[in-house]
Design a protein around this ligand. Sequence first.
Ligand SMILES: NC(=O)c1ccc[n+]([C@@H]2O[C@H](COP(=O)([O-])OP(=O)(O)OC[C@H]3O[C@@H](n4cnc5c(N)ncnc54)[C@H](OP(=O)(O)O)[C@@H]3O)[C@@H](O)[C@H]2O)c1
Length: 264
Amino acid sequence: MKNLKEKIVWITGASSGIGEELAYAFAREGAFLVISARNAVKLEQVKRKCLNDTPRCWVHPFDLSKTNHLDELVRSVLKQTGRIDLLINNAGRSQRSFASDTPLEIDRALMELNFFSVVALTKLVLSGMIKNQAGHLVVISSITGKFGFPMRTAYSASKHAVQGYFESLRAELSGHNIHVTIVSPGRIKTNISLNALTGNGTSYNKMDSGQQQGMPAKVCASRIVRAIKKERKELLVGRKEILMVYIRRFIPGLYHKIVAKLNN
Ligand SMILES: NC(=O)c1ccc[n+]([C@@H]2O[C@H](COP(=O)([O-])OP(=O)(O)OC[C@H]3O[C@@H](n4cnc5c(N)ncnc54)[C@H](OP(=O)(O)O)[C@@H]3O)[C@@H](O)[C@H]2O)c1
């Protein structure tokens, strides 16, 4: 099992939900943390809690969808840390709108944050990992990166894109001692549905019943950290909803019937 003590771990989207719980879980392992998201006040609160368990936690507030400026962010992080051992691409936003009610600019915004910012940040961090011949890239996809779901057209597309990108990247990196873990959560109890984008560009602002009954984010985070320590290539994490991945693969007719009746 990988020892995470004093490893430098950069977690995006650490101001809430899965990312916040990942920060606490990595802190308990004695990792040194870099945490980023847009909400600087919340990041400072997360940092204070992390410092109970680890001596180092650097806060870097940033809007990751500004992909043209990510090189400045990476430069300022590396100035403080010198290197990144693990990059946890977790920041993301879901969607709650039918395709017919969703203008292309919303589809692009979801792809920009959930896919292009992840790719851009990964490339900027990867060069250092290749130089060091060591590193671990983690991406938080979704079970909707494995199958389609109503009201998630662009979100599901962005998470499918992430799966294809990191699966291919893993193959390219096989000779470099750089690991790639793709995490596909099911329903995790976070604010994801509240923060989801609607067709008019505002937040959905409702807690979905599925989310409400989902796996606690703390349990999800501890499963993710365990998978990372075992250098697992893939992790499906959640409750009974993750069965849909297998239903889609092995009984596609049943999947098509179930998914057509779902709405959130
Ligand atoms: N919860 C689930 O059921 C579930 C299921 C499958 C996959 N996931 C994935 O898990 C990841 C974490 O989601 P969550 O459930 O923890 O939701 P969440 O509580 O809404 O957290 C999302 C995080 O992403 C950050 N973020 C959003 N837009 C950003 C931007 N433009 N720039 C920088 N950071 C940004 C948010 O911080 P700020 O608002 O401070 O920027 C927040 O820290 C996402 O990638 C999501 O797609 C979640």
